[in-house]
Write a protein that binds this ligand. Structure first.
Ligand code: FE2
Length: 222
């Protein structure tokens, strides 16, 4: 007997705001439920697009709690009764946290209709940065960009954790399509195999080389 095929996916990538953020709508075409990933900047537009497609926003997924990824959460909660999913280490960084808040750990699965998203904790850019893996798509937040990776010189950043997180992502299926948290690359999304060939941060093999590349390398005293 053949294995059941994965459910069809509703996926929209919207560029919003002054920092080239990407917001995602991820949902189930059958039940018409949809999750908004990193709602920010243009809540009205995000809600209108979901409504025009007949989709009902039931969940909000946060890749990390930097302002440019979450500044639409409160407004969206005024319009919907969505549950808000954030990594457990960043719960307190989410202003306006409500009874709708749900804490995530790596491996947790979020169900949106028939669609299942798996949480992958990828600290480095922030302690609670996480990616969401769904039907061959990786929503990579500010961990992995097309052609680069997230900053690791901010409060809560950790370059070594970033190196390990990128190593974790490199082990995913090569056909996985990377959907980043910002439009910083030469294309809005790309297969992981492509990024493993040409993203310098994925090409580096050792933590020492990674730290040197970032400018964090320790120089000999003499
Ligand atoms: Fe960020």
């Amino acid at each position: 007997m053949n294995a059941p095929s994965p459910p069809a996916l509703y996926l929209k990538q919207l560029q919003v705001g002054p920092m080239a953020n990407f917001v995602y709508l991820i949902g189930c075409p059958r039940t018409k439920e949809v999750a908004v990933v990193d709602p920010a900047w243009e809540v009205d537009r995000i809600a209108r697009i979901a409504q025009a497609d007949g989709m009902k926003i039931t969940k909000i997924l946060i890749t990390h709690t930097h302002f440019d990824h979450i500044n639409g959460v409160e407004e969206l909660l005024q319009r919907t009764d969505a549950q808000v999913f954030v990594h457990k280490t960043e719960v307190e960084d989410l202003p306006g946290a409500t009874a709708n808040l749900r804490q995530l750990e790596s491996g947790d699965v979020i169900q949106v209709g028939d669609v299942k998203l798996t949480t992958v904790h990828t600290p480095g850019h922030t302690r609670g940065s996480q990616c969401f893996l769904v039907s061959g798509a990786l929503l990579s937040g500010d961990t992995l960009f097309i052609g680069s990776c997230g900053r690791v010189d901010l409060p809560g950043s950790d370059p070594k954790s970033m190196f390990e997180s990128l190593g974790q992502l490199k082990r995913l299926n090569d056909h996985t399509v990377v959907y980043p948290g910002h439009d910083y690359g030469d294309t809005p999304h790309a297969p992981l195999a492509d990024q493993k060939r040409r993203n310098p941060y994925l090409l580096i093999q050792s933590i020492q080389d990674f730290l040197h590349f970032l400018g964090h390398g320790t120089r000999p005293v003499l």
